[in-house]
Design a protein around this ligand. Structure first.
Ligand SMILES: NC(=O)c1ccc[n+]([C@@H]2O[C@H](COP(=O)([O-])OP(=O)(O)OC[C@H]3O[C@@H](n4cnc5c(N)ncnc54)[C@H](OP(=O)(O)O)[C@@H]3O)[C@@H](O)[C@H]2O)c1
Length: 323
């Protein structure tokens, strides 16, 4: 099969090779998936570059997310799954078989049926972003009827945080850096969209909700002042991203707000939490509550350019079309 792989960390142009290798066979409990699209996330380039390295067992095919069709199953998996169109999550976590290849093998529960009518592009966008958004939203209990602030609502995680929060029945405010991202966040269904770079952002958020119940945070240090402006005893800030420099916490002000601070890293969430995310994302998909971000496409031979686009912060989703 045709696959992208790397054997050591480094810049995309230096370490990526497009190779022909034997396709993997599904082991017990696994499914083999013929890939259509491979979705790229920041974690994929951070693993490949060595910014946040993960162990490489001989070689690594990159990317956790993707869409494809199951074409073989391993021992113990229902043969009725063959032919199912699926979205894939965490294909490359402690496994060499990422989605940037014509075939991957994943544990059966990592290949989730994609409802008819849901695009391959949306399927390839769900894994890391939607599951992270889900965990951030529900780790501290249901959000129905709660006030949720999603920082960076036009980002991949932010987008699904807005859509899942609305699906769960929350009131959602979000922050963005400019008009194009504001439009994306409004389309996702945010009740209030605020430009965090403009004066008066805190006042707009306070008018929406004097204290937020949840703040889903992408830039804790940069946004701490804004977050504290809408924090009180019910507030849980859930941070899922690290900035280049760690923030200094103003402990007294955090105490005054009786603030709860939680961190989420998808690689380490409990298996039940991942299964709950899959169930809820599937329900949201079936209800038409999840939508695509703008998609930028590359061929498998353009994988270097695709990674450079994600590294450069291309808005929306970057995918690789699998031949
Ligand atoms: N913990 C986990 O398991 C996990 C899972 C997924 C992603 N992540 C991490 O989360 C980060 C985002 O991932 P992603 O896939 O959502 O990336 P993305 O699609 O590039 O989105 C990031 C968004 O954050 C916005 N942003 C940057 N600074 C901001 C600020 N101060 N306030 C509000 N918004 C701000 C950016 O827009 P503007 O710059 O225009 O504001 C952009 O829309 C990455 O660092 C990624 O590695 C972690």
């Amino acid at each position: 099969m045709k696959a992208v792989q790397y054997e050591r960390c480094g810049p995309a142009a230096e370490v990526f090779r497009v190779v022909d290798i034997a396709k993997p066979a599904p082991g017990p409990g696994e499914v083999q998936v013929r890939m259509t699209l491979s979705g790229i996330n920041p974690t994929d380039w951070k693993s490949r570059s060595g910014a946040t390295p993960r162990p490489i067992d001989g070689f690594q095919i990159p990317h956790h997310d993707g869409t494809g069709v199951i074409d073989a199953v391993g021992e113990g998996v229902d043969e009725g799954r063959i032919g199912q169109r699926v979205w894939i999550w965490m294909a490359a976590a402690s496994r060499p078989w990422g989605t940037a290849a014509q075939w991957t093998v994943v544990p059966s529960r990592h290949a989730v049926p994609l409802p008819d009518g849901v695009s391959d592009e949306l399927g390839a966008s769900l894994g890391v972003p939607a599951m992270t958004a889900h965990r951030c939203l529900v780790a501290d209990g249901p959000v129905a009827g709660k006030n949720v602030l999603v920082a960076g609502g036009a980002g991949a995680v932010g987008h699904f945080a807005i859509e899942l929060a609305k699906f769960f029945g929350a009131r959602v405010a979000t922050t963005v850096s400019g008009p194009e991202k504001a439009e994306l966040a409004r389309k996702a269904g945010a009740d209030l969209v605020v430009n965090y770079r403009e004066r008066g952002a805190a006042d707009q958020l306070r008018a929406f909700a004097p204290t937020m119940d949840r703040i889903i945070e992408v830039a804790l240090g940069a946004n701490l002042e804004l977050d504290l402006a809408v924090s009180g005893p019910p507030t849980h800030i859930v941070d899922y991203a690290a900035e280049p420099n760690d923030p200094v916490l103003p402990v007294r002000r955090c105490m005054n707000a009786n603030l709860t601070l939680r961190f989420v890293l998808l690689y380490g969430i409990p298996a039940e939490a991942a299964d709950e995310a899959v169930t809820d994302i599937s329900a949201a998909l079936a209800a038409g509550a999840l939508t695509e971000l703008p998609v930028t496409r590359f061929s498998i031979d353009q994988v270097v350019a695709a990674h450079e686009a994600v590294e450069a912060g291309t808005a929306g989703k970057v995918v690789i079309e699998i031949p």
